[in-house]
Design a protein around this ligand. Structure first.
Ligand code: PMP
Length: 363
């Protein structure tokens, strides 16, 4: 008889797990300041908590398709409701889009460093990721992306603001890529963390352009698992039919509706994140041997190679002082990079306070 292994299709058996161990570790060690996974440090508002509880009170019933949430998303993004598709986090949308658009023999173009999921999902679909480095200043190299296009290219992935480098791209850059006619997926997960450029309005003129966003970052609702795409209505409908039924729970629908009904709460989070990201950037940049990068997201990237220190022992030393941050060594970065997520004011103070001694640059 054949082994079970021999039945599993190529590419699946050795699929890389998505950071599961990091998240499990953070949940086991609740005393840690969680500055590793780009979560929002402000918990949900009382209105959102009430809405989630109201939904759970009818938790014996299946949810509905969330047309009201779709409408709220459309209003938030300034897009027509037919172009909105909801998902279980933007991750579900990115997964469906990758499966719908690519397969074995195809290529996806991924400007790096960026969100690792683009590579993971491309490989799962059997398509080959083609990496195009950002410039030294972490700018998108549009000419290099254009040169990387082949007849096999099925997706150009962009992330704006880009995780982990922090910068967002421009309308002109996006339009140059959209003009190729190749599907361009722009992950705007961090848009609500700052005051950067949305590309949702470009979708009407470019049916090959899709932008994705999430309730996980600026809205601070990562546990609810809601994301969405703004896409050409025809493509949005395809995604809607391919995705798993009921992947957006009733708690998620009502919780998000409550969040959209409180624009002041979003603004409060946005102001906190944006101001603190700037403070972390300036604090890091002022340290000897550290090069930090300004960020429109809720995280700041810093190159510590100028201190002569390796990043892993530094992250461990920070952890021993009960702050969890991310070493970026595995993300196609030159040098020695760490990424720190915006925490509460106190957490950010403490991080900036302990780091110089750990880096051995004095305080
Ligand atoms: N896109 C980017 C760039 C991210 O960094 C993340 C989360 N780390 C996601 C998408 C996933 O977000 P969601 O919670 O919406 O699935």
């Amino acid at each position: 008889t054949r082994s079970i292994q021999s039945f599993v299709r190529p590419g699946f058996a050795d699929a890389a797990p998505y950071n599961a161990t990091h998240h499990d570790f953070a949940w086991r060690r609740r005393e840690l300041a969680r500055m590793m996974s780009n979560e929002c440090p402000i918990p949900p508002s009382p209105a959102v908590l009430r809405a989630v509880a109201d939904a759970m009170a009818v938790g014996h019933l299946y949810p509905y398709s969330g047309q009201d949430l779709r409408a709220a998303v459309a209003a938030h993004c300034g897009a027509p409701v037919e172009s909105v598709v909801l998902g279980n986090g933007s991750t579900e949308i990115l997964d469906v889009l990758t499966r719908v658009l690519t397969g074995p023999g195809d290529e996806t173009i991924i400007p790096t460093p960026t969100y690792a999921f683009f590579e993971t999902q491309s490989r799962l679909c059997g398509s080959t990721p083609v990496f195009v480095p950002l410039t030294e200043a972490w700018e998108l190299d549009v000419d290099a992306v254009l040169r990387a296009i082949t007849p096999r290219t099925k997706i150009i992935f962009l992330c704006s603001p880009n995780n982990p480098t922090g910068k967002g791209w421009t309308v002109e850059q996006v339009e140059r890529l959209a003009a190729t006619g190749i599907p361009v997926i722009i992950d705007q997960a961090y848009l609500e963390c700052g005051y950067g450029q949305s590309f949702a309005h470009l979708v009407a003129d470019h049916p090959n352009l899709v932008t994705t966003r999430t309730m996980s970052k600026g809205f601070g609702l990562a546990a609810l698992r809601v994301g969405y795409a703004i896409a050409d209505p025809w493509l949005a409908d395809v995604v809607e039919r391919v995705r798993i039924p009921f992947s957006v729970s009733l708690m998620a629908i009502w919780g998000c509706l409550a969040a959209f009904a409180e624009p002041d709460e979003l603004e409060r989070r946005r102001r906190h994140i944006s101001g603190e990201a700037d403070r972390l950037y300036k604090g890091l940049q002022a340290m000897d041997g550290v090069t930090a990068y300004p960020s429109e997201g809720n995280f700041v990237l810093a190159d510590i190679s100028g201190t002569g220190r390796e990043v892993l022992p530094v992250v461990d030393a920070v952890l021993s002082q009960r702050i969890l941050i991310r070493a970026m060594s595995a993300h196609r970065l030159r040098g020695s990079h760490l990424r720190v997520t915006v925490g509460t004011e106190e957490q950010n103070d403490r991080f900036l306070d302990i780091l110089p001694a750990i880096l051995g640059t004095g305080s």
